[in-house]
Design a protein around this ligand. Sequence first.
Ligand code: BGC
Length: 940
Amino acid sequence: MINLLKKRLTIASSLLCVAFTFLFVDGSAMGGNQTKLAAVNLRTEYKHNPIGLGMANPRLSWEMQDSERGSMQQAYQIRCAATAAELKNKADLLWNTDWVESDQSNQLAYAGQKLASGERVYWQVRIRNNRGKESAWSEPVFFELGLLSHADWKAQWIEPKLDEDVSKSTPSPYLRRTFQAPKPISKATAFVTCHGLYELSMNGSKVSDDLFTPGWTSYQERLQYQAYDVTGLLAKGENAIGVVLGDGWYRGFLVWQGNKNTYGENVALLFQLQIEYADGTSEMICSDENWKAGTGPILKSDIYNGETYDARLEQTGWNTAGFDDREWNGVETKDYGYDNLVASDGVPVQVIQRIQPIEKIITPKGELVFDFGQNLVGWVHFKLKGNKGDKVVLNHAEVLDQEGNFYTANLRVAKAEDEYIFKGDGVESYAPRFTFHGFRYVKISDYPGEVTVDDLEACVVHSAMTETGDFVCSDTLVNRLQKNIQWGLRGNFLDVPTDCPQRDERLGWTGDAQVFAPTACFNVDAASFYTKWMQDFPVDQKENGSVPWVVPNVVKDGGGTGWSDGFGATAWADASVIIPWTVYRAYGDTGILERQYASMKGWEEYMIRESGDNYVFSAGFHFGDWLAFAEYYSYYYNAPDYGYAGANTDKELIATAYFYHTTGLMQKTAEILGKKEDAARYAAILPKIKEAFNREFVTETGRLTSGTQTAYVLALCFKLLPENLVPVVAKRLADDVNHFGHLTTGFVGTPLLCQALSDYGYPDVAYKLLFNKRYPSWLYPVTKGATTIWERWDCIKPDGSFQDVGMNSFNHYAYGAVGNWLYQTVAGLQEDPAVAGYKKFVVKPVPTEQLQFAKANYQSIYGEIRSGWERKEDAFVQTVEVPANTSAKIYLLANDATSVSENGKPISNRKDIAIAGRDGDYLVVEVGSGTYSFQIQNSN
Ligand code: BGC
């Protein structure tokens, strides 16, 4: 393949690099827009102007901007003050670092004057580059602390006094109270959480766009509260607070057996409003016995089943001051304490986009169905007219069946049904709030009027993470695969990483999350999202260190399976170590390693104990290579494999391979954190596990006891083999793929399959898998019209029928883990193995003749990185963008330096490009920041 690149290329033309600029959407390939030296994109704990932070020393980050090539930060100065004015006047500074000689621009912990709960800090930074040039002070930004101590909570937990049958979904409670603000208000902050879900409004307006608050955590020990700046919603005089509560994860239906009331039977509110008056005095309005409770139009709200809303029951003005609540009930105060309260570390869930239907369909069964053209997660917002008492029912489905009928069997018992009853008041606009659906199609029934595509829009709901990366190449199907990976991510990052968003499951499956995490970190800024979720691991971990299948762990006792207690499955439980490590690698964040260390170590020590003296990890139940290619398909493919038992990889082989891999990460983590004893202990154990793996699962001639692709992949990628067997096993892997003509891997092998092939000498075989359109493959679902990643390779079988309804999700991201390889290998954008957070990175594409070009962009914590290559008629062009304050090692597909020009000039003897030597087919160069366009004209 690489030989092909070496074909004679003629005519150097500086025009080539101009032509190549189209690769970058903003046309910045020719050196980028000239940017002045500046510190931009200031963040505190990954967020812009966050309030309610849960730590006293949050970490500050910025990006260095400088269009000069090779620009590094030499020094920085941070200053902080309590107000923007003080910052400007340099008066009463809370912290002034003076100039610090350092290139650190990320995650610098605030180390100024001690801060108290609720304190706001304005900060700015200026930087000096390696040429001695100083930037101006950055624009000021701020952060604000939350309630750092439980003693800061004065509010009381309240529960509505309502007659409820909690064995089923009951009407959503509405809570309200009014209060007098005697003086002009200068600042007001609301701290709020609940049992269930809440929607908070003040004087008739919602306080934020956040949804599904307070989020899902292991509530028994960690219940998040949110902080909102509500200054603009309140005024001197009479004010009203209104809260609607939903069942949510707390007491709604959850887990797959009609299970309800997982955390408790009653919803409850905890609310504390801290008001500062302009005259310097302050006051607190809290949840207490003075609140009123009633019900309203939301008759049912359930995550799996949907929402029923009777608009006739709306109580106009219920959350405003003048409302007459004499008929409402009271509330009961409860002593639930504050011990489990924690600030919100995650990313709020919001409506992120809105999509119009692309088609109105009458199905063969005569049902009215709208197609949104994209399998998505959220709900439908409609604007329709009806007479009082008319209704409209919306059902949600991911697919139509072979006949074109609406298909919901794969949702299992999740009803995914929203029902609205009209009040008869002109055009009525409605969207649910305490439920979400995974769907592409919506069926509309029971509505007497006409519905058009203009009456509906789908609201796409997920955690509002910044999208940070994209991959594009010259193959439209692969591009669609990339889009499907991104949509799978959107659909399954709803406060926790879920397995699927549509059926009666939607749980934080650890294995799925683990395999997908590296891909996620390319596509979105996932640091805060994972930081929040990982903190529930130690809560739900057993005392012996074993980690549950799902976090938050709601699958008690293995979900009543009888064959497992729901803990300790290899590759699932390893999420406890692999995800913190992945976040550390992507964002250079040692904080997550520190915070998770006890949990990580718990799992590691569990494996060590359980594997005993022979270092084979076999204890407990394991899912193994979940959903790998199975037996009956060999029938579909006809002989020679008819009778093939399926790609069953020995679970002990997988578990021991993961034991080794995780122990390696533990050793590195312990080293980074300065835990020398642990590092030495794990370093000593590693060769023992490796020896055990080879003793038990590898023959001297390089056969594995399971001759499956997954077994080969793990042995190679986790570096378990003796040197001499590496090429043998790599060849067996390639032979196996060639023999079948397709992949046979499940959740465990799939994420690393192409990586193993391309890293160990068979990139052409990896590409064969990528471009395969026959089942089983990544593109097979694409050819079947998939707009997300499927749970199985054949959710729709080649004959058009569906897989088993028991487990047939059309939105499961695990197989989308190949996305990591698209970025890293096809486009070549890789982390430097020795340096985390892309402070240094590697650009090493492995092109294929089947692609004309491939490119990836990634918004790293230092700024935008781009890597792209294109096969031009007379040159092979590689383009790389390196942000300021970073450097890159670039692998050029060039015979030697004389066949390369950059920006029209030779690359030898240049200050901005250092030639580091050859590595296989590549010429390696090292560069500092800047945008580089290399034209390569190999002479043979
Ligand atoms: C889920 C997963 C999960 C698996 C366990 C399924 O029900 O949807 O994706 O990892 O069970 O193997």
